[in-house]
Design a protein around this ligand. Structure first.
Ligand SMILES: Cc1ncc(COP(=O)(O)O)c(C=O)c1O
Length: 586
């Protein structure tokens, strides 16, 4: 790691890697970097960059022995097309970090990145004598995954980086390579995970159709056309669900908030909600000052248990929020009968179950109000987005006002006049264009999820002590996320299994935690033994693993997931099943 070493030029068939001086990082180069390249390049990712700070950063870090920044030049034209950097050297551990950036994308040809990376790694091991090189990339960056796999980096872990891309926190993947001159020559370590694409836990299917409609909306969905795609989307949604009134919202959380506010629910009221669901099903109950009452789930549907619902009803109960968990459907006949008997309005949270059916009726249409989510993980996506549907015109009118600061939009109404305190939960025309295209393809998207489930079922159906989603006789699930509940006899809780899957390059997710076990809801559960109140929820929650179910998943990838999962379970301790989980023992 001496000074003269950092002046060597590294050469490949098509490229030169030359050490750059600080002066070479001209503002022109800095300006040419796109945001994502800058983000990739520096570890100080949380901050906004400008030229001065970028140059300052280089000056501080590009000291001999501290950091080495190589420019990547084309041999043919001597054009400077990128940079690759070794930095954060540790003399003690003979270790450094590595990052690669592309300046001039138009000049990059297939294979340049691998060529530059391989050459620098060889230089670092053979000439500098490093023992280990590590690098980080975002889990969503499949190109980086392929690149590092080709250069024989292995995945060492996945961690939360508190970095937001496209409005979501993304995980970072840490990869590492060891100096092959110091590694025993045989046998080579098994590295299937690093050599293949990271299997994402979720993700949409976007075709040219979506791209085209969004582009059109971006181009001319303004002025007189500002509601063109919105109206088309809401009408199409109405035709699809058969519900008379549909209002697109900025997200489903907002739609639930509108539903509760529209029903006039507030302090001193109780709203019943299943203990196992995403936090957004219950948080809006607290927004309106009401009390969430968490009830147990059914062990077959993983949705609200009708018996638990009925047991929880009091004189203060003003609504029930029923959730179609993970694409499953609750036992709606029983729930509707109880709700009718006690005159309790049903809000059906179909955020996860769009496309599912109960006795031929679409998810989200079985209550007084239905709500949906189109966030990026859902079966159909609009980035963020939601929908609130009802057959009640007055409720719909109220939702419309509340979704836009209490403003009455009827012809002749006073402009900029707010009648009551409302919110800002509107949807955009551009997102609606995406929603319209996705809704047109909904059957296809559902068919793919169901196919994915069949692949999982064929491979995991026979594995002892493993329970996948179940479809009840009256319902048709979408299997939005195929989920496995693992018998406690393996001695493996969900977090451990998910970590092990991630180690194999597989994006697993844990099953939900009971809401009643989480701090925001503790005040509502004070004095209650929630484990005893909701035994199924607490029994299943620690052992559920959501398996990758992205729209892009292939049969080969499902095989990989199943092989990894079975391997992980095999390593678990199979004890005599003295206390199996309630569900698994059935
Ligand atoms: C069951 C359930 N309800 C509500 C929501 C909230 O949806 P959104 O993210 O659109 O606010 C989600 C989203 O993940 C969900 O899974």
């Amino acid at each position: 790691m001496s000074d003269e070493r950092s002046t060597s030029t590294i050469s490949t068939d098509r490229l030169f890697l030359r050490p750059l001086r600080v002066g070479d990082m001209t503002p022109a180069y800095v300006q040419a970097l796109t945001d994502s390249e800058v983000v990739q390049w520096t570890e100080a990712r949380h901050t906004q960059w400008n030229d001065a700070r970028m140059i300052d950063y280089v000056q501080r870090n590009n000291q001999p022995g501290v950091s080495q920044l190589f420019g990547v030049f084309l041999k043919e034209s001597d054009r400077h097309i990128g940079g690759i950097r070794l930095f954060n050297f540790s003399q003690a551990h003979r270790r450094a970090e590595l990052s690669l950036m592309i300046f001039d994308k138009t000049q990059w040809s297939k294979g340049y990145a691998t060529e530059a990376l391989t050459a620098l790694v060889a230089y670092a091991f053979d000439t500098i004598g490093l023992h280990r090189i590590v690098a980080d990339y975002y889990a969503v960056n499949t190109a980086s995954a392929r690149l590092f796999a080709k250069a024989h980096f292995r995945i060492e872990g996945v961690f939360k980086d508190h970095v937001m891309l496209d409005g979501r926190y993304v995980d970072s993947v840490r990869v590492g390579a060891l100096n092959p001159n110091e590694v025993e020559t045989s046998p080579p370590p098994p590295q299937p995970a690093a050599a293949q694409r990271i299997i994402p836990s979720a993700g949409p299917s976007i075709t040219e159709y979506e791209v085209q409609l969004v582009a059109e909306a971006a181009r001319d969905g303004w002025y007189a056309n500002m509601r063109r795609d919105l109206d088309a989307f809401e009408h199409k949604f109405s035709a699809y669900t058969g519900m008379r009134y549909c209002l697109a919202t900025s997200h489903c959380t907002g739609a639930i908030h509108l539903a509760l506010t529209g029903l006039g629910i507030g302090p001193n009221d109780e709203v019943i909600v299943p203990d196992i669901t995403w936090v957004a099903s219950a948080a809006p109950i607290c927004y309106v000052g009401a009390t969430p009452v968490f009830v147990d789930i059914d062990s077959r549907t993983w949705c609200m248990s009708p018996e638990a619902f009925e047991r929880a009803i009091t004189r203060r109960t003003q609504a029930v929020i029923v959730v179609g968990l993970l694409g499953n459907m609750p036992e709606m006949d029983a729930i509707q009968a109880i709700a009718r008997r006690h005159r309790i309005p049903i809000i059906e949270d179909a955020a996860e179950s769009i496309g599912a059916e109960y006795k031929g009726k679409k998810a989200g249409t079985l209550g007084l109000i239905g709500v949906y989510s189109f966030n990026g993980t859902k079966l159909m996506v609009t980035g963020e987005g939601g929908m609130i549907v009802t057959n009640d015109r007055r409720l719909h009118e109220r939702f419309k006002r509340l979704a836009h600061h209490g403003i009455n939009k009827r012809p002749g109404a006073r402009y900029y006049w707010s009648n009551e305190l409302g919110y800002k939960y509107q949807f955009t025309n551009i997102q609606a264009a995406l929603g319209f295209a996705q809704l047109s393809r909904l059957d296809e998207l559902v068919a793919k999820r169901r196919q994915t489930f069949r692949w999982y079922q064929e491979r995991l159906g026979g594995v002892e002590g493993l329970q996948l989603n179940r479809e009840t006789p009256h319902s048709r699930s979408t299997f939005w996320i195929t989920t496995a509940i693992v018998s406690r006899t393996y001695g493996l809780r969900k977090e451990r299994i998910v970590r092990a899957l991630v180690h194999h390059g597989i994006g697993g997710r844990p099953f939900f935690y009971p809401l009643s076990s989480m701090p925001p809801f503790a005040p509502y559960c004070r004095g209650k033994d929630m484990k005893r109140c909701n035994p199924i929820s607490y029994e299943l929650a620690p052992y559920g693993v959501c398996l990758p179910s992205a729209a892009s998943i292939t049969e080969g990838e499902v095989n990989r997931v199943c092989d990894a999962l079975v391997g992980i379970l095999r390593q678990g301790r199979i004890k005599s099943p003295r206390r199996p989980n309630a569900l698994i023992s059935r």
